[in-house]
Design a protein around this ligand. Sequence first.
Ligand code: ADA
Length: 859
Amino acid sequence: MSPTAASPVILIGLLQDALVKNAINKYQVKPSGQPGKEGFIINSAKNNVIIAGTDNSGALYGAMELAERISTQGKLPENLNITDKPEMVMRGACVGVQKPALLPGRGTYEYPYTPQNFPWFYDKALWLRYLDSLASNRMNALYLWNGHPFASLVRVKEYPYAVEVDEATFKKNEEIFKFLTDEADRRGIWVIQMFYNIIVSKPFAEKNNLKTQDRNRLIVPIIADYTRKSIAAFVQKYPHVGLMVALGEAMEGVGQDDIDWFTKTIIPGVKDGLKALGKTEEPPIVLRAHDTDAPAVMKAALPLYKNLYTEAKFNGEALTTYTPHGAWADLHRTLSRIGTVQIENVHILANLEPFRYGSADFIQKSVLAMHNVYEANGLHLYPQASYWDWPYSADKADTRLLQLDRDWIWYKEWSRYAWNCHRDRNEEVKYWGNQLAAMYGCTQAQGEQILKAYEESGEISPQILRRVGITDGNRQTMTLGMLMAQFTNPEKFGLFSLLYESEAPEGEILSQYAEKEWKHQPHVGETPVDVMNNIISFGKKAVTAIDAAAPGITKNKAEFNRLKNDMYCYNAMANSYAAKIKAAVSIIRYKYTDDIADLEKAVPDMERSIDYYRELVKLTKDSYLYANSMQTRQRKIPVPGTDGTMKTWAELLPVYEKELANFKKNIDSLKSPDAKAKKAKQQALTNAQVNIAAGYAGSYTIVENARPFADTAATISGFAKELQGLKAVQLDRAMQIKQGTAITFTNAQPLKVLVGYFNKGGFINPDTWHYALAPQLEIDASANDFGQADVKLSNGILIPGQPSVNIHTYSFKAGTNTLTLPKGIALVLGFIPESEPIPVYDAGLSMTGNIKDLRWLFN
Ligand code: ADA
């Protein structure tokens, strides 16, 4: 062939194809290596090109690689000799078939697949765009998340009534599901349907007089039978769809039931489906490590089923660090070492919502940590923001923006590093600079400035959350700010210690920092004051970089302006947080000094923090619809977000203004001699009228030496005065450990039940499993259904030899009700009228002493 020959021939095939083999021989092509699964070679053969994949996906990726090179170079590159394959074997993204708010009369995650609920689900053109973008990022999995998809997709002969969509919708669902799985398959993408246990459909629940979900439910035979048959029907209908299982949440906490449910219901369901089809090829099952003892479940399951994967959250429901360690890292490694593939779930990004995020540096380091620290080999990526509002972003625009477009760089960065994270950093700066220059029609240098803006701003939210945040969970929306009480007494807001122990570099939280300062001890690792200084500098640099790029923008100007506005938002947020951290350091110092001057010193910093917050209000009020996409009662921090409220900065501003006004007022009151030490008068709570159904161990009145358990000699040695004389329920400790607690009662008026939980420490500490786990929204989305999530009276009762006790309240309407508590010991301390306020404070009854509670200063 001569160089002047007509168009070059590009041969695309599989390595084992005869045509490919012949061409390789004929042109004496010597590939530079052996591509593995999903890999490919690209070689020049004279002026023709051979692309050979190990498999179909490899051939597809090889063709895409060549196309990209042609488009960057503007011509067919010469002398190609490329061998490539992905590092991570599973590279997937997820879409939530879920909504920002609950449907009327339904619980969390209960969203039937219908055109009313999810118009976008039936939009084929949108699916094709999304699948194309996944394929162009060489992603090979698409996860659909839903509580109970089966009643929208399959009909089970024995339970026809369980289907919860009408006939026309059922047909539509069949059609679109088939379309989606076929189209995904054509692009080398494997669809995986996720579901939670043990949720059942509404009609199924009503017919069988059950709840659709119940956190404290043990395995119920009819639900097991229905679930097994639903899974079998699903596998029969869609043998090429994988399943992803969350054993946690709507089932009694970690324990044997989880193992049984997986090995006696789910796996047999899949096998039944295969048997009915006469197939032996096992579809993959991904086991989530969420709210379950995944290593124990895997141990029991592997002898029964081979095609298993595990999955756990990378940094909880946030992005906080690329240096994870501690118990959470141990869990990931334990799962990886089972020998199956461990997939890293970049779950909801509760601290990034809603601003744009695109730090290639942070993301590359995170993927490196997935391999090196967690020993994992898969990625499961959530949308960058607005997960609950798919496909839309939170931007205010005449036509809503699609996440797919807005967050292109998020998907592209993660998938590029999932394919290969061992890339040279300098080259990466050039690569992304080039991508951004192409996107915005600017110079390479300006493209690199945009990358810089992303990378500087990309440190801000991770650092804030991991140093001063309350939780890695989506009950906190970090970009909306935090109350000062949450800085000074985070333990009163359900401080989630795993965030600090595993999902942050080694360092100190505010209280540790203050203690060390007071005792003149050296600091260890990253301190809140370091972060305070860092974020100010990151914010400034991000704004400078984006401003430097601005004059050169010739394409996608509207989007550039939104990105620029986000950089200004990051800067204002960083400054607002920094000033508040500074104020918090002085206020916490007051715990040691009792010197009002320390409080007064904090006032100007709090004022500055609010000034920056006002700026944030201005920057966001015309650009964002909301900060957080989960707009249910699960949202708790900075303030509860019930019924879609408290989701914008403008709504939060008066809260922060009020807290400052209260602070000033309380400083004044501290200064006036008669008001000093003014304490809320302690009044005993009133017993509500209630009839408790028979069958409980008995009742007792809260007095000193009362016995809370019928089967032990333990006695109460101290209690908050408010509890004096309350009629409590005496419980059977052994039964509580074995079965959990369920108390049925009838009340003519609405009431609250006082429940005491022992402070057992982190939820992954197996030494304390005999204590019931207090409500925890990180692993139980229903944990505030009765208003029980917050601690009301901390350290409220003392039983020698036991950990201190935090008292929560559960609200019930008039009628016959059942209080159900998880397995393990807990106290039921009485019933009070719903209208009676319960003081929220720390009674200090603990063996380890009181942590000074400063919350009152801001009320
Ligand atoms: C928590 C979180 C939920 C969901 C869940 C999960 O309960 O609040 O929104 O993300 O975890 O499935 O991991």
